[in-house]
Design a protein around this ligand. Structure first.
Ligand code: SF4
Length: 154
């Protein structure tokens, strides 16, 4: 089983109440090969919600208590993001998941590149909180753009 970001499957979990449908990811779900989850919803955030970015670091820094996840209106959402990451990890472990396809650049799901916390579209190297925690626990992460590379063999 592969863990996938729920918004990639056409589920309206995105902050603005919409989704990031990727037909190839959805097809994995339809074939019974993938499990969609949204860490931000699992952390207790409502949908729609204000967009959030990691301020002062990356997902690793958030896990280490050195950076915060803030909304565009200044609410500190760090505890919800951490809760969502650990709940996602709990599901991944229960389902013996070893691979995940996650939404690029998200403060939860991004892997490799994320927004820099300025809400201006700038990108920095790093992972979102959930992607970092899953990776730290030996789950291989792919962005949706890596889909063909990673999953054409499946
Ligand atoms: Fe999609 Fe992940 Fe954001 Fe949820 S937290 S809307 S699954 S990118």
């Amino acid at each position: 089983m592969i863990l996938v970001s729920a918004c990639l499957c056409g589920i309206n979990t995105k902050y603005n109440g919409e989704n990031n449908l990727c037909e190839k990811v959805l097809s994995l779900v339809k074939e019974g090969k993938a499990l969609p989850l949204c860490p931000e919803q699992l952390g207790g955030l409502k949908t729609p919600r204000n967009p959030c970015e990691i301020c002062g670091g990356t997902g690793k820094d958030v896990i280490d208590g050195k950076a915060a996840v803030m909304s565009s209106t200044g609410e500190n959402c760090t505890s919800e993001f951490l809760k969502g990451a650990y709940e996602t990890l709990k599901v991944a472990k229960a389902c013996n998941i070893k691979e995940a396809i996650l939404k690029s650049k998200s403060p939860s799901c991004g892997f490799g590149k994320i927004y820099d916390g300025s809400f201006s579209g700038n990108i920095i190297e790093g992972a979102g909180v959930t992607a970092e925690l899953l990776s730290k626990n030996n789950i291989r992460i792919y962005g949706e753009d890596d889909f063909n590379k990673a999953f054409e063999r499946k």
